[in-house]
Write a protein that binds this ligand. Sequence first.
Ligand code: PBG
Ligand code: ZN
Length: 325
Amino acid sequence: MSSLDLRRLRQNEHVRALTREVHVQLDQLIQPLFVAEGLTRPQAVPGLTGVHQESTDSLLRQVEADLAAGVTKFLLFGVARARAERQIDWSFTAGQVRALKARFGHDIWLATDVCLCSSTPHGHCGVLNAEGDHLDNDASVAELVQAALAYAQAGADCVAPSDMMDGRIRAIRTALDDAGLERTILMSYAVKFHSTLYGPFRVAAGSAPKSGASLKDRASYQLDPARPGDAWLCAERDANEGADILMVKPGLPYLDLLRELSRAIRKPWAVYHVSGEFAALEALVAQGLANRAPLHREILIAFRRAGASMIITYGARYARDWLAA
Ligand code: PBG
Ligand code: ZN
């Protein structure tokens, strides 16, 4: 026994590389994209370096640039101009899916977020009841199913419901299969917490609950951070209802659950490093208090160590540099 017992394997980069257990690869990262109807030029999203609300034209240019940066997997959020509560028109976002797949085909893997919050007048993720104080579960699921069908028919490789209604996974899977879309992958935002870390996203997606609405926030449908047991129930339920991929969201505050759930439920797990988490890192960098590449690398490694197969991150388009640095 020498005093160098554990430090011996840390002494240079060669031996550190040989002993590393966890790796992050660019092809495990998914880049979110926002496209808004009626925009003539891209609009920067506050807090999210390099992320824009794209116009229909700039969306295609952005994906081209992302492909050149080695990114091939995307999660699309569409923001249509018109808002309605029922019989929502999904054609704007479906059209963007069609355009992306027509241009890039199998060079990209395109997931499309399925939710109502960018489309409803009040900004909630579902249909409000008559009293305006609760979301009507079944009416919401009926709308979500139509969105998922529209996106899958337009060629999305994956549909990803983020609304947190009950029973939407089975309803969407059944509708996809009935429509002959049995190859469309279903990624469930299964373990999505009621978080204060969604701020920049809500600007980008135009999806903040409107002030003055009688239902003030999303606490009646997203998970309570102090109730991990509910995370297990949601994950098991969505796995049984036919989700192909399960997700934990946000990432860093919920690594405990990502670790436990990904060991227990043997489906692929995604983690969403959400907008507020990403913006917080960028704020450290902007103040000169952290080095950008190693900071982001450390966080990406944490997600992989905790059991994520894939990571949804606003930084995917920079990650080739970050991982090489
Ligand atoms: C809404 C939705 C949210 C995100 C994705 N879809 C947040 C919310 O509940 O308002 C968050 C993503 C992020 O913050 O990066 N269905
Ligand atoms: Zn929503």
